[in-house]
Design a protein around this ligand. Structure first.
Ligand SMILES: C=C1C[C@]23C[C@H]1CC[C@H]2[C@]1(C)CCC[C@@](C)(C(=O)O)[C@H]1[C@@H]3C(=O)O
Ligand code: AKG
Ligand code: FE2
Length: 379
């Protein structure tokens, strides 16, 4: 079990005046105050073996032309499937270009992040995330983890592709932030709908690349119950001691990430951290733990992290595709044979999500720890 399981300290004091004493009052990550301090609290300093490395090579990942793949040209389909197969069997990361998503929608999604995270902390805390819940506003997960705190603020909310949940994002934002945020909610509702459609097209590509057919995973995720996360990384006065998001594999199925031009996403491939160059025309797509289990380990969910800098805010929009909560995650039979025996137990995404929210801080071992933990839960 991670030593950083949810703790129960619940004392609020602004970062600048917090005194850590025997009852360990919890810190508050107030970026507006933090930027005037020369040092950073010890809770944000990562161990030497996890600190950012200065010089890094670039991970060159294939740009997949999505409209080209969907055009139906057999040669393009074969070439694209081969590129995706190679990348996903090795590290699970690829770029998607010619994706058809309106650039104005993407740009507004970034702009609205500046507005939200630029507000007073007390305003943002109207959407405060509760312990054990995966939705809401979090400032560095203070109160959730006791060390190796990420240098970031996040706002996460649910997106459901079902017809009866057609306004779930708008309603959540209105409920938490009030009528002034109607346009904000509408924008992210539209963004999530675009991400859901893009995810299903990518699932068609993954199904074709795995040889199970374009429809198999598209149908599996048709009624997805996904997570939209806004990552906001304030400048850090000690960027060589901190991390914006610690090393982890995404427990989800597929991540569609749009990063701004600042740079900071790194992937651990061939025994070294490598950076992914920002490209405003592209989405960075990566396989998560749940899809690694669905592919019976053939496609890899890979270790990655985000570093910070001392000059500029960095932002990323992460759409985490997830199946319906109660859908059984089990690989298609065509991906199981004598050479590829079952690697992971059947589970539901609800089981794995609850594990990461209540018992285990997602890292590079989440799926293994979960596979060991699950059988002990079944009464
Ligand atoms: C299901 C989720 C848990 C996290 C958000 C989504 C997918 C990625 C997970 C996360 C980003 C992995 C690193 C650790 C984490 C705590 C974080 O830094 O935000 C994870 C998210 C979470 O548990 O809130
Ligand atoms: O901000 C980034 O570039 C990566 C964030 C990430 O990996 C995540 O939110 O899961
Ligand atoms: Fe991630």
């Amino acid at each position: 079990m991670s030593s950083d399981c949810c703790n129960n300290s619940s004392y609020y004091m602004p970062m600048s005046t917090t005194k850590i004493n025997e009852n360990r009052q919890s810190l508050v990550f107030d970026a507006a105050l933090l930027q005037f301090q020369t040092s950073i609290p010890s809770e944000f300093v990562w161990p030497d073996h996890e600190k950012p490395s200065p010089e890094l090579p670039e991970l060159v990942i294939p740009p997949i032309d999505l409209q080209g793949f969907l055009s139906g040209d057999h040669l393009v389909i074969a070439k694209t499937s081969h590129l995706v197969n190679e990348a996903c069997m090795k590290h699970g990361f690829f770029l998607v270009v010619n994706h058809g998503i309106d650039s104005k929608l993407i740009s507004k999604a970034h702009d609205y992040m500046d507005f939200f995270f630029g507000m007073q902390l007390s305003q943002k805390q109207k959407a405060q995330r509760k312990l054990g819940d995966h939705c809401g506003y979090a400032s560095s997960f203070t109160g959730r983890f006791s060390s190796k705190l990420p240098w970031k603020e996040t706002l996460s909310f649910r997106y459901c592709a079902e017809a009866k949940s057609s306004n779930i994002v708008e309603e959540y934002i209105l409920n938490k932030m009030g009528e002034d945020f109607r346009q904000f909610g509408e924008l992210y509702q539209e963004y999530c709908e675009a991400m859901s459609h893009l995810s299903l097209a990518i699932m068609e590509l993954l199904g074709t690349s795995l040889g199970v057919g374009g429809e198999y995973f598209r149908e599996f995720f048709e009624e997805n119950d996904s997570i939209m996360r806004l990552n906001y990384y304030p400048p850090c006065q000690k960027p060589d001691l901190a991390l914006g998001t610690g090393p982890h594999c995404d427990p989800t199925s597929l991540t569609i990430l749009h990063q701004d031009q600042v740079g900071g996403l790194q992937v651990f491939v061939d025994e070294q951290w490598q950076f992914i160059r920002p490209n405003p025309e592209a989405f960075v797509v990566n396989i998560g733990d749940t899809f690694m289990a669905l592919s019976n380990g053939i496609y890899k969910s890979c270790l990655h992290r985000a570093v910070v800098n001392n000059r500029k805010v960095r932002k990323s929009l992460a759409f985490f595709l997830c199946p319906k909560m109660d859908k059984i995650v089990t690989p298609p039979t065509t991906l199981i044979d004598a050479k590829h025996p079952r690697l992971y137990p059947d589970f539901t995404w609800h089981n794995l999500l609850e594990f990461t929210q209540k018992y285990y801080r997602a890292d590079m071992q989440t799926l293994k720890a979960f596979s060991d933990w699950l059988p002990k839960q079944i009464k």
